[in-house]
Unconditional design. Structure first.
Length: 166
């Protein structure tokens, strides 16, 4: 059961990195849903709607319903998170591992937009609703970063703009 969630955490990291790549030039991310097929292949759909919030809602519905061809899926949408310093731009990553024991994870990836005085920066991910004392947490967190690193072009942008102060 944990091994399937590790694959889904890798999927989440891969598409989180893709989201970082998309927003690094100052654009708002068009919500996207990425999915993992049983053969290990990834797929992705952009949720293009007149309203970004509508795209995110459609994505959340797709995650809830799943698809028979998906082992796991992830929604990445542009949003905000409230941190100590206040309202902060963030990519909101929601991932689901399907099967007899459905599991999910949510990660907020704060970033500083490109059009700010200090320019684009990516901050440390915030794993939401996670039990850090769970023995599987370290493996799932590591899998998220392995997935991010596997998207080589996007990970290069992430690494070049990493600001771990937040």
């Amino acid at each position: 059961m944990v091994s399937a969630m590790i694959e889904t955490a890798r999927l989440a990291g891969f598409f989180a990195a893709h989201g970082v790549w998309c927003v690094s030039e100052g654009e708002t991310l068009v919500p996207l849903i990425g999915y993992l097929h049983p053969d290990g292949e990834y797929g992705m759909d952009r949720l293009m709607y007149d309203d970004y919030a509508e795209g995110a809602r459609v994505g959340r519905d797709a995650l809830a319903d799943g698809d028979p061809s998906w082992v796991g899926a992830v929604l990445v949408a542009d949003g905000y998170i409230h941190l100590e310093q206040g309202k902060t731009d963030a990519l909101i990553i929601e991932a689901v591992q399907y099967g007899p024991y459905r599991q999910s994870m949510q990660v907020a990836l704060p970033y500083r937009p490109a059009d700010t005085p200090h320019g684009f920066a990516v901050h440390r991910p915030k794993f939401m609703d996670a039990d850090c004392n769970d023995p599987a947490f370290d493996a799932i967190g590591e899998a998220f970063f392995v997935g991010a690193a596997s998207h080589t072009e996007a990970n290069a942008v992430w690494e070049a703009h990493l600001d771990e102060s937040v």
